[in-house]
Design a binder for this molecule. Structure first.
Ligand SMILES: C[C@H](N)C(=O)N[C@H](CCC(=O)O)C(=O)O
Ligand SMILES: [Mg+2]
Length: 364
């Protein structure tokens, strides 16, 4: 099965409600869709969001990286030579993680199609079911409490509460949500870099002293402030998770050696795809460190790949934040991963099993 072409399209899906974090507000998903075509007629699918504030990627850079650098290196390569193909993708251009991720996801999709198995089986197997959390956007306290209660009523047992704005209001936000859902849902926080290290310690001590039990706090400080991350990790009981701080396997090793965080959030759009995500999961497994599998604002095309990976690496990926499809106003994909509220399951069809994508605008 040889790669003959890589075609690109744009996919727009409005969100059910605006997605608000300390970094940005988004009303609709608008992602680049990658279709890797082969001489056997098989097509592999991938997707790349433009998360400029986290990965530095924008639509133009994703499209140009794939068209002018990645595609010319990939056409003619054999999908059965997976490790070679992924090395070419990773080494042909620096950074550009979302472009690499989208193409790698499509290549893994084809690799699993080649052997007629769902992708998770090619990655080592596992039980093809996961449960995701749901993000509660940062907002007025009453709105966040109402959104949290609504999420619990819809069956979500873990809420990822966005904070990182005003520290005093953040403490009140979390206390109010905790009081409203106590005993019905677990709460994890994501400050998206919005606090200083001292603010994070102050807020988490206040919450701990008030009896608020949090599952974890994600990326309390700026991405590059690794000393700050360690400062927080050393001083609070609440487990601290690194998100924006860690992209590559090398960064994860450094973080583990410094003991700067307790948990790592793996996202395919940070690692540049599945091959490095596997390396990170294996490193963490070796060091007895838990991981979360996360996503950006992605539809079920690329989130499906994350689902397959998380199922295969469930020994170390113990936390799931794959709510992209739940945030969408509709699922544009007919495929083998089913997203039903908090429940995610995989059907027994080859690859990612993507049969069709609604509303895709092909690029010339
Ligand atoms: C969508 C997911 N639950 C999430 O919260 N991801 C964010 C980044 C998403 C974005 O801004 O596109 C995160 O974990 O920081
Ligand atoms: Mg995060």
């Amino acid at each position: 099965m040889k790669i003959t072409d890589i075609r690109l399209g744009m996919l727009k899906v409005p969100l059910k409600t605006p997605f608000k974090t300390a970094l940005r507000t988004v009303h609709e998903i608008e992602d680049v869709v990658v279709m890797v075509e082969t001489d056997t007629g098989h097509v592999g699918y991938g997707e790349a969001p433009a998360t400029a504030v986290i990965t530095g990627d924008i639509h133009g850079s994703i499209i140009e990286a794939i068209r002018t650098v990645i595609k010319p290196k990939l056409v003619g390569l054999d999908i059965s030579d997976l490790n070679h193909v992924t090395r070419v993708i990773q080494n042909c251009i620096m950074k550009n993680y979302s472009a690499k991720a989208a193409v790698e996801i499509a290549v893994y999709d084809l690799f699993a199609q080649l052997y007629g198995a769902p992708l998770y089986k090619m990655l080592g197997g596992g039980v093809p079911k996961l449960t995701t959390d749901l993000t509660i956007s940062v907002d007025y306290i009453d709105k966040m409490v109402a959104d949290s209660l609504d999420a619990v009523d819809r069956g979500f047992e873990t809420l990822k509460v966005k904070v990182g704005k005003d520290i005093g209001v953040d403490i009140e936000r979390v206390k109010a949500i905790y009081a409203a859902v106590e005993g019905r849902a677990l709460i994890r926080l994501d400050a998206n870099q919005g606090w200083t290290a001292k603010e994070a310690v102050y807020a988490l001590h206040k919450l701990e002293d008030a009896g608020v039990r949090l599952e974890l706090v994600e990326q309390p400080v700026k991405a590059l402030d690794i000393d700050g991350l360690k400062y927080v990790t050393d001083r609070v009981h609440t487990p601290v998770m690194a998100d924006e701080t860690t992209f590559s396997p090398r960064e994860v090793i450094e973080l583990i050696k410094m003991r700067a965080a307790d948990i790592i959030n793996i996202k395919l759009m940070k690692t540049g795809g599945i091959s490095n995500a596997i390396k990170i999961a294996d490193i963490c497994s070796f060091y007895d460190m838990q991981c979360m599998i996360g996503c950006m604002l992605e539809t079920s095309i690329s989130v499906s790949a994350a689902v397959h990976l998380a199922v295969a690496k469930s020994d170390v990926i113990t936390k799931v934040d794959l709510d992209g499809p739940s945030l969408c106003s509709f699922d544009p994909v007919e495929g083998n991963v089913l997203f039903e509220g908090a429940d995610i399951s995989i059907e027994d069809t080859p690859g990612l099993g993507i049969r069709s994508i609604k509303g895709l605008n092909m690029l010339a």
